[in-house]
Design a binder for this molecule. Structure first.
Ligand code: SF4
Length: 387
């Protein structure tokens, strides 16, 4: 750790989005800067954000503003916001949040990371944030943070596998939380490798029923809501309890492959490249947000024989309103159940769980019907061969 910078004691806070704080905290620690992790998004965060935001703005904006208010109240000197140019409101998040914080009297240095500036943008951002000028230190911190993203994503996939089959409810999540702590505490690449091994070993200790009738569901939608359990009301946990193995189609690692990682280091087709290819018959250009990816994710899940796909979007999110309007036209080519869910601060848990249960029932019935049809076809074939 850089002793000289640690003494500066800058407390930097990032907004929450699922487990992304683990990655930022690691990168900053590697550069000798103290990360300030605000309380994980909760009801108070939502209420602070909602009270100080325009009514019709999308849910992620309100939660991010709430995170920043709580971070500054908790002593953060600097808040860092991730932005990107865009056809949707994301481009407006930065200036509005900065102005609102100032007007409310929450004074902290405000720094923006423009994601689509790639590695160079990240480099400039870290120089501005930490004052560190040594390119080797900065690059090492970036590479280390990127490695952590991939490790966390792999651990989340394991969680989904084990949670859908666990015998004791909650055991997979407990093992996962232990593993996550190992990953958070790793400060170097060799420690990270060890941490991943230990985390995987924790997951493998979870007692499962390997014969459980599991259904497979992809989760797509606006990336913040897909990633963030508070704003999606922990949809993956609820589905896991119902014996559903989920796969997020929008992950931080897939996003970074498209936005940050240089082409020469990428293997195979990225999510965005696949999105342009598969969404083409239905949507020929990027309309902002994650709409293009969502359309292509439906086609991809259908191609992969998934039992269903859930699309989650914030209320008033324009790109996702568009994609939800395209789904009916896709039914001609894609024979897959789609459940669109719109979330905002008013979404009640009971109604939302009822919709999930009904969707899981539908997928199970469909799956059994298909299996029966397949078995009948096999029997008919054998009977004809015997004749
Ligand atoms: S994609 Fe939707 S929710 Fe996200 S910033 Fe744009 S309009 Fe808001």
């Amino acid at each position: 750790m850089n002793e000289k910078n640690t003494k500066k004691k800058i407390k930097v806070a990032f907004p929450h989005m699922g487990n992304i704080y683990i990655v930022w905290a690691s990168a900053l620690r590697r550069m000798g800067v103290e990360p300030y992790i605000p309380p994980y998004t909760n009801k108070r965060t939502l209420s602070l954000g909602t009270k100080n935001s325009p009514d019709s703005i999308c849910l992620p904006y309100k939660l991010i503003l709430g995170n920043f208010i709580e971070a500054i109240e908790g002593g953060a000197d600097c808040v860092a916001m991730i932005t990107s140019p865009g056809i949707c409101r994301l481009g407006e998040y930065g200036p509005n949040i900065e102005k609102t914080l100032e007007e409310l009297g929450y004074h902290a240095k405000y720094i923006e990371l423009k994601l689509y500036d790639g590695i160079k943008g990240m480099y400039r951002f870290l120089v501005e944030l930490t004052g560190e000028k040594n390119p080797v230190t900065i690059l090492r911190a970036i590479i280390f943070a990127l490695k952590k993203v991939f490790v966390v994503d792999r651990l989340e996939n394991l969680l989904s596998y084990y949670r859908a089959r666990e015998i004791k409810e909650g055991s997979a999540e407990r093992a996962y939380n232990k593993g996550l702590k190992y990953i958070l505490d790793a400060n170097h690449s060799h420690e990270l490798k060890q941490a991943e091994k230990r985390a995987t070993a924790e997951m493998k200790k979870v007692e499962i029923d390997p014969n459980r009738d599991v259904v497979y569901v992809d989760i797509t939608g606006e990336i913040y809501l897909v990633q963030d359990p508070f704003s999606n009301q922990n949809i993956e946990r609820e589905l896991g309890k119902m014996g559903v193995q989920t796969r997020r189609t929008l992950t931080v690692s897939s996003f970074l492959k498209d936005a940050i990682i240089p082409k020469i280091f990428k293997k195979g087709e990225t999510h965005l490249e696949r999105a342009f290819r598969l969404a083409k018959p239905y949507l020929s250009r990027d309309i902002g947000g994650d709409a293009l990816e969502c359309i292509s994710d439906v086609a991809y899940a259908n191609e992969k024989g998934k039992d269903g796909i859930i699309h989650i979007s914030p209320f008033t999110c324009m790109p996702e309103i568009m994609s939800q309007n395209i789904f009916p036209a896709m039914r001609e080519n894609c024979d897959i159940p789609i459940l669109p869910l719109i979330m905002d601060e008013q979404t009640g848990k009971a109604g939302y769980l009822t919709r999930l249960e009904a969707f899981v029932d539908l997928m199970r019935r469909r799956k059994r019907k298909k299996e029966k049809e397949l078995a009948n076809a096999d029997n008919e074939k054998t009977a004809t061969e015997v004749k």
